[in-house]
Design a protein around this ligand. Structure first.
Ligand SMILES: NC(=O)c1ccc[n+]([C@@H]2O[C@H](COP(=O)([O-])OP(=O)(O)OC[C@H]3O[C@@H](n4cnc5c(N)ncnc54)[C@H](OP(=O)(O)O)[C@@H]3O)[C@@H](O)[C@H]2O)c1
Length: 320
């Protein structure tokens, strides 16, 4: 089967189209013939080598989420799954391929009215957005800032916060055009990447959902209200500086909370319940998915170049 692996970390040119054997589903797994493959910010982070400390090696097969049809089931899995159209989470590898395997606990049937392309624009990221707001304990009327809102996590977080009755839904983004698109999704205030938003910008935020990380992360502690909750969900801008914990201690008297959140820590049934509800909302048009582009699998490097150039709004999807 055709697949895309990382030959060398760094530039997208290090991605390589290769031939691999079709994977066999192990116990508790299903095999999926892919029809849509999500290109997530996490793929770019792995490819750049930002997560080198986590043990990724050359030859790594990228891709976390796909949609397609179940073609085989492993030991212990109900054969009734065969033939179903599903969304599937493949972990931190395996998705950029014509066939992949996933644990049946991380597979969800697609509702009528939701395309595979839309499912991979929402499936993984929507859950992160939901639980980030939940862990931030966002209450109606409070002010939330979504930092790095133009990706698929942020796009869903903005919609959920607006729908949940937040008093302010501010976003950071890199251009007024992207800001205008985020306003259409529910943002009330648009800030630049450093968090500046001119005289009308809110004075502070109760909850900050951060997709970006990077060197500027600690400067956002100053933008939180007393008792503010910072929830870090991503590092698309790189790791924060080593002294960021000291910077938090320096504002000790404002009782801020800093939390990391990974959807890995949410039990699979809870993740699936949230995802299933979001898929139903999206199929009804109550939650919008934003697909930046759909490209052939062999053009994965072009998808990554677009991400590195900062052109992507929403999600790029590959088709085999
Ligand atoms: N916590 C979890 O369970 C979980 C699960 C999956 C993925 N993730 C993480 O989430 C991240 C990907 O999320 P995503 O796909 O929504 O993000 P994304 O699309 O890669 O990026 C979101 C936005 O961040 C802004 N941005 C990019 N680089 C920046 C920089 N250097 N400084 C400031 N802003 C920058 C860009 O918007 P503008 O140009 O408009 O500023 C970009 O559109 C990854 O770090 C991944 O590891 C976490």
């Amino acid at each position: 089967m055709k697949a895309v692996t990382i030959r060398t970390f760094g530039d997208p040119a290090g991605l390589e189209v290769v031939d691999l054997p079709e994977p066999e589903p192990g116990p508790g797994q299903v095999r999926v013939a892919t029809e849509a493959i999500g290109v997530g910010g996490v793929d770019a982070v792995i490819r750049r080598g930002t997560l080198a400390g986590y043990g990724f090696r050359p030859g790594h097969l990228l891709g976390s989420e796909v949609a397609g049809s179940v073609t085989a089931v492993g030991e212990g899995v109900d054969p009734a799954w065969t033939g179903r159209r599903v969304w599937a989470f493949t972990g931190l590898s395996g998705g950029y391929a014509e066939h992949t395997v996933a644990a049946v606990d991380d597979v969800l049937p697609l509702p009528d009215g939701l395309t595979g392309v839309d499912a991979v624009a929402l499936g993984g990221s929507g859950v992160v957005a939901h639980f980030a707001l939940d862990r931030g304990r966002l209450r109606p009327g409070e002010a939330v800032l979504v930092r790095g809102a133009a990706g698929s996590i942020g796009i869903t977080a903005v919609q959920l916060a607006a729908r949940g009755g937040a008093g302010v839904v501010a976003v950071t983004t890199s251009s007024p055009e992207r800001g205008a698109r985020l306003r259409e999704l529910g943002a009330t205030h648009v800030l630049d990447r450093s968090g500046e938003g001119g005289p009308d910008a809110p004075a502070g935020y109760d909850v900050l959902v951060d997709v970006v990380g990077g060197p500027q992360l600690p400067s956002f502690f100053d933008r939180l209200n007393p008792n503010g909750r910072f929830v870090s969900v991503g590092v698309v801008g790189g790791q924060p500086p080593a002294d960021f914990g000291m910077r938090l201690m320096e504002v000790f008297r404002r009782s801020l909370s800093f939390a990391t959140f990974s959807s890995d820590t949410v039990p699979a049934p809870e993740r699936q319940a949230v995802r299933s509800a979001q898929f139903a909302d999206a199929a009804r048009g109550d939650l919008r998915t934003v697909v930046h582009d759909v490209l052939p699998l062999e053009d994965a490097a072009a998808a990554h170049r677009a991400m590195d150039a900062g052109e992507v709004f929403g999600r790029v999807v590959l088709t085999p």
